[in-house]
Every structure is written in structure tokens, then in C-alpha cells.
Design a binder for this molecule. Structure first.
Ligand code: SF4
Length: 331
């Protein structure tokens, strides 16, 4: 066996100017040395000037500056990249050429996944059945079951089992109040991180629900109603996200211990759940209320791409994981 691959990888198609999010928003794009020397040798003087004037030394590396709306300075209002438009895809720096593909070599295998900060990937997680493929020695691929993924199969199986048990169990009024308290604390801390960050834009309605006082009766009624909606329609999305994220986190940080990985994945899932609840009760538009792919896209971007916020969030998730009974998930 040569490797393991997320199903979408082979069928992926960038939706380019139709993309609502674009990969060039909300993070600083690193310019690798090879791309920088290609930029320096561009014959078209205006294009060369345009590109080089938008690169800065930031934190010891070269990066494209972002505009005030968080988008890369090379992105035009038509949603297309000026470098790609004028000099072709081969001129792009490594980060842009590879995105949203995530590839690493580890334990003698090639591990291939994709970043949910691309809306096509987020849509795949929400609306398709997650598939996995084995890459053979000659590059041939064949479908495999999640149980055949080495090293993390037991972890995925254990946590999927626990999540399914949570989903099928019924909650008491006390559980809903406790979950509400947890969600208010999480919302407060995450909002502080979002406000401090220049890279992240607020996702409409994401924490509005937690900003107004509510009676215990209201909390119990609304949390139990939303819980039922999730159990009926979206529990499979949470299970899929868990499977996708454990795999993807593992391939990007294979040395991370299981406790850290678990707290991160469950923290992201809690965030997705509470944002979905907040948008459900505070947004007017019916469609936006249940747009889980938008939420997953935003949460992944916040928790993975944005350097400082992602580090602060990881600490926060670890603290919460250690304080709540979620730690019983980790044996
Ligand atoms: S985020 Fe995904 S769909 Fe959008 S432009 Fe980038 S690769 Fe294409």
C-alpha cells in the first residue's frame, strides 16, 4: 500500500469566480523562494511591479499582504487572481497551486486530504458520503472502508461510537442548561479571539443568540428543539466531520498526541453546533439558518488557517476538554 486518500481528491473541481469564499481570504499567503524568484524574472514590468509591491516580510517569511476586507491583494473584484490571469497557473506560489490539497508522507505512506476552508470541500463533507481510497504501488486507486485506514482506525472508531451514543441518548433539562452555560462561555472566548484577529471576519448570526439573556424555560425549549432537529437531519454531518477531521488533523500534525487531537476535533464540532444553533434562532433567511457547509467552512478557516487565532483556540479547546466531562471520551 502506498497511501490513503480522501474520496473527493480525484473529482475536485475549483469553482473559481463562482466561489463565495475564495482561498485568498482570511489568511496570509506564503510566497516560497522559488515563486519569489519567478516573480522577480517576470518580463511584463507592470505585472512584476504589481506582484512585488504586494509582498512583505512578515514573521520571518515573505507573504502577500491582505486588503482591508481580508482578501489577498492579488485578488481582483471578479474573484480571479491577477497572477493566474496574466501569467498562468504555473506562476502561482506553492500554497495557491496546491490549495485545497493536503498531502504528507508519514509512516511510509502518502496521506492525502483536502482543506474544508474551500467551500467545495465543506460541501462534500455536508452533502456527500465520505469515501476513502487506497493508493497502490503503481498509483492505482481502489475504495477502502474507514476501518482500513491504519494508525488512527481505532481512534476514529472509538470516537464515532461515542458520538453516536451521545446522539441517540436523550438529554435532561439539567443537561440543556449545562450545555447552554458551556456554549455561552465558548461563545464569549471565541468572540474575543475573533475580535482581536485582523484576518477573520464575523460570520453573520454566529454568536448573536448568546448575547441576550434568556429564562431557563426558554433555554430548555430552544436547546431541546434544536437538538431534535440535529438528531433528525444533521447528526450524519457531525459524524462525517469527526471522521474527516481526525484523519486530516493526523496527517497535518502526526506527532500530536491523541488528547490534543481529540480536544481540537471535539472543540471544532462544539463550535459548529453552537454556531448552527445561534444562526437557526437569529437569522431571518430560512436558507442561511441551516447552511452547515458555510459554518464548517468558517470554523475550519478560523481554527486552522488563521495562525494566532488557531493557536489560542487550540488552548481554549484543550482547557474546556479538561474541565468538562468530555474528557471521559479520552481513555
Ligand atoms: S476556495 Fe476552493 S473553490 Fe474557491 S477559489 Fe479556492 S480552490 Fe477554488
Amino acid at each position: 500500500m502506498k497511501g490513503i486518500m480522501l474520496g473527493l481528491y480525484n473529482d475536485f473541481q475549483c469553482i473559481a469566480e463562482k466561489c463565495t469564499s475564495t482561498c485568498c481570504t482570511g489568511w496570509k499567503i506564503v510566497v516560497d523562494n522559488e515563486a519569489f524568484s519567478h516573480f522577480e524574472n517576470i518580463k511584463d514590468a507592470a505585472l512584476k511591479n504589481d506582484i512585488l509591491s504586494n509582498i512583505r516580510e512578515i514573521d520571518g517569511g515573505k507573504k502577500f499582504v491582505n486588503k482591508s476586507d481580508g482578501k489577498c491583494s492579488m485578488l481582483d473584484s471578479d474573484g480571479l487572481c491577477r497572477i493566474q490571469k496574466n501569467a498562468g497557473e504555473e506562476m502561482l506560489c506553492n500554497t495557491c497551486r496546491k490549495f485545497p490539497r493536503l498531502i504528507s508522507k508519514h509512516n511510509g505512506l502518502l496521506w492525502v486530504s483536502m482543506a474544508a476552508s474551500c467551500p467545495v470541500v465543506a460541501d462534500y463533507i455536508v452533502n456527500s458520503r465520505l469515501k476513502w481510497y487506497m493508493i497502490g504501488n503503481t498509483g492505482n486507486i481502489s475504495p477502502i472502508d474507514v476501518r482500513d485506514i491504519p494508525f488512527i482506525t481505532d481512534e476514529i472508531k472509538e470516537y464515532k461510537g461515542l458520538l453516536k451514543k451521545y446522539i441517540s441518548s436523550s438529554s435532561t433539562e439539567r443537561d440543556y442548561i449545562n450545555t447552554y452555560k458551556l456554549s455561552v462561555n465558548l461563545a464569549d472566548s471565541v468572540l474575543d479571539i475573533v475580535v482581536e484577529s485582523k484576518e477573520v471576519r464575523y460570520l453573520e448570526g454566529s454568536f448573536d443568540y448568546f448575547e441576550t439573556e434568556k429564562s431557563a424555560l426558554q433555554i430548555i425549549a430552544q436547546f431541546s428543539c434544536f437538538d431534535n432537529i440535529v438528531k433528525e437531519k444533521y447528526s450524519s454531518v457531525l459524524v462525517t466531520y469527526l471522521e474527516y477531521r481526525i484523519f486530516t488533523r493526523y496527517i497535518t500534525m502526526p506527532q500530536e498526541d491523541k488528547l490534543c487531537r481529540t480536544s481540537q476535533v471535539f472543540g471544532e464540532m462544539a463550535l459548529i453546533y453552537f454556531i448552527a444553533l445561534s444562526r437557526y434562532y437569529t437569522l431571518e433567511t430560512e436558507h442561511k439558518k441551516t447552511d452547515w457547509e458555510i459554518i464548517i467552512n468558517w470554523v475550519y478557516r478560523l481554527c486552522v488557517h488563521s495562525l494566532k487565532p488557531s493557536g489560542n483556540l487550540h488552548k481554549l479547546f484543550l482547557d474546556i476538554f479538561n474541565q468538562t466531562n468530555l474528557q471521559t471520551l479520552h481513555k
